[in-house]
Structure formats: structure tokens, C-alpha cells
Design a protein around this ligand. Structure first.
Ligand code: ZN
Length: 296
């Protein structure tokens, strides 16, 4: 077993230093809600509404379209699907009684704002409109790292699917969702993301029963994120994925540091408290003693 304590200490020091850049999502593909047909990203309050609806209904994509847009592309909104309301302010030329556009003192036309509403559906609610796969921008994958993760997932019988542009563990169905491996910048990025979600997976009631997963309240959610990220760090180190113990300035190290700094809000004691839980989770994922095979 790799002695990870010094690495963890380095990581905590890094997270506490305030020297980390903002955390970077290690895969490509837009996360913010956008229109499937025009490709335009939604703005203002629409972003929050659509992102919330996507999370609530567990849609695998952040692409939306109107009923009419779906019909025009030969697709069909499924019967009974509910839409989301989005709002735009349009500037309409102000007209006088005779129907002419009013002109202000400087000779410019006068406008008035008009609220326009649209109903949009997520692509996942539409037959004939498959969620688009994320574009391939990575330099290629380190097959060994991807293979190590696939083996680990298989060994534990983890239920998971690839696709969409989000990575998450869903306690209600005990499933993991990851973007396709080709969407990641490299095998290490894929592996650490997959291990982070596997970290959450260990928290289920019938495994290590952590409050962040079992109770899922806002308060212990941040702590659960610290546990999952530290689990990914420890497990990746033990699998020999992506970590050169001499190179503390690696992208992964800095990105783990940034993530932990964000979720701990500078509370380093809280971060330290997450270490034993993460060590337990990593041990669950990678048992040190392999049980002897039973001869039949
Ligand atoms: Zn997480």
C-alpha cells in the first residue's frame, strides 16, 4: 500500500494556502443550458430555472428546444411531458396614434421593453432528438487508467452509464453517470472523476452509510464533497494513476486542491475531519488484502 499521508498533508496545505486557481472541470462540453437548434446559451434567470429543472428531473443534457423547433426537425415532444417557461425582454419600437415610430429629441427611435415567454422542453423529453455527445477535444486517452477504472467499477458491480455532460452519483437509483471517456482531456482526468463518483457511491446506506449520502442535507453535502474528492485522490494514488509524488504542481494536484478549497470554505479542520472517512472509502474501493479464492 502506498503511504499517502504525506501526499494528503501536501494537498491540505495547498488547499489551505489560498493559492489555487478556480477548479476546472476536466472534461469538455458545455454545461450551461442552451438551445439545441440555435446553439445560443440562455441567460439571466432562465439559466437557474433550466439548470434546476435539469437536476430535478435528472436530464442527461443541458440542451432545450421549443415544441415548434422539435416539430421542425422532425422530432416529437413525448405526450404528457411538462415544459419549462423561459422569458426574454424584447425591445419593441414605440409607435404613435398614427402608427409611426416615435422619435426622441435626439432623432432616435423610442423603444419599450416587452416581456416574451417561451415554453421549452429538454431534449431528453423529445423523441427523435438524441442528446448530442460531447465533442472530442482531448489529446487521447491513457488506456491503462481507463482500464483500471473500468476494472474497478466491474469488480464492485457499480451501475453506471456514459453520456451527457455531467458527472454525478444518484443515491435514489444507486447509479453513476459520467461523460464519455473521450470527452476528458486525458485518462487521468477520467479516472479521478470516476473515482470521485465512486467515492460518493461508497456512502450509500448499505455500504459505508455516510450522512452526506444517506441524509443528503445541505449541511453535510459539502462535507460529502470533501470526502469524495479526497477518496479520489487517495484511490488514484494507490492505483498509480496520474500522480508523481515528487510533482506537487501537477494539474491534478492543483485541481484537487482547488476543489477542496472551494468546498471547505477555508475550514481546514473540517477538511482534516474528512480524511479518515476518505481513507475508509478508498479502502472499500481498493481493499488491501485480496480475499483468497475459494476452490469449488
Ligand atoms: Zn461530488
Amino acid at each position: 500500500m502506498v503511504n499517502t499521508s504525506r501526499l494528503i498533508e501536501n494537498l491540505i496545505t495547498l488547499a489551505a494556502s489560498g493559492q489555487t486557481a478556480p477548479w476546472q472541470r476536466p472534461w469538455s462540453g458545455g454545461d450551461s443550458p442552451r438551445n439545441r437548434v440555435t446553439g445560443r446559451k440562455y441567460s439571466g434567470g432562465n439559466v437557474l430555472n433550466l439548470a434546476w429543472a435539469q437536476t430535478l428531473h435528472d436530464y442527461p443534457t443541458s440542451e432545450w428546444m421549443t415544441y415548434k423547433q422539435a416539430a421542425e426537425t422532425g422530432a416529437q415532444v413525448r405526450r404528457g411531458e411538462k415544459s419549462q417557461l423561459i422569458e426574454f425582454w424584447k425591445m419593441i419600437p414605440r409607435k404613435d396614434a398614427s402608427g409611426d415610430v416615435q422619435i426622441d429629441g435626439a432623432g432616435n427611435p423610442c423603444y419599450r421593453p416587452m416581456l416574451t415567454c417561451f415554453h421549452v422542453f429538454n431534449v431528453a423529453q423529445i423523441d427523435g432528438a438524441e442528446p448530442q455527445q460531447t465533442t472530442l477535444t482531448g489529446p487521447g486517452l491513457d488506456d491503462q487508467a481507463v482500464q483500471a477504472i473500468n476494472d474497478l467499477y466491474q469488480r464492485h458491480g457499480i451501475t453506471w452509464a456514459a453520456g451527457g455532460d455531467r458527472a454525478y452519483y444518484r443515491p435514489a437509483t444507486d447509479e453513476i453517470r459520467l461523460p464519455v471517456s473521450e470527452a476528458f482531456k486525458d485518462g487521468t482526468a477520467y479516472a479521478t472523476t470516476a473515482l470521485h463518483e465512486a467515492g460518493h457511491w461508497t456512502g450509500a446506506a448499505h455500504r459505508l452509510a455516510r450522512d452526506g449520502i444517506v441524509k443528503g442535507t445541505q449541511d453535510n453535502y459539502a462535507f460529502e464533497e470533501l470526502v469524495a474528492e479526497l477518496t479520489a485522490f487517495i484511490a488514484a494514488t494507490e492505483l498509480g494513476i496520474g500522480y508523481d509524488p515528487q510533482a506537487n504542481g501537477s494539474f491534478e494536484m492543483l485541481n484537487h486542491g482547488a476543489y477542496l478549497a472551494g468546498w471547505s470554505q477555508g475550514n481546514i479542520e473540517r477538511l482534516r475531519q474528512a480524511v479518515p472517512a476518505a481513507q475508509k472509502a478508498a479502502k472499500y474501493l481498493i481493499p488491501t488484502e485480496t480475499p483468497a479464492r475459494v476452490a469449488i
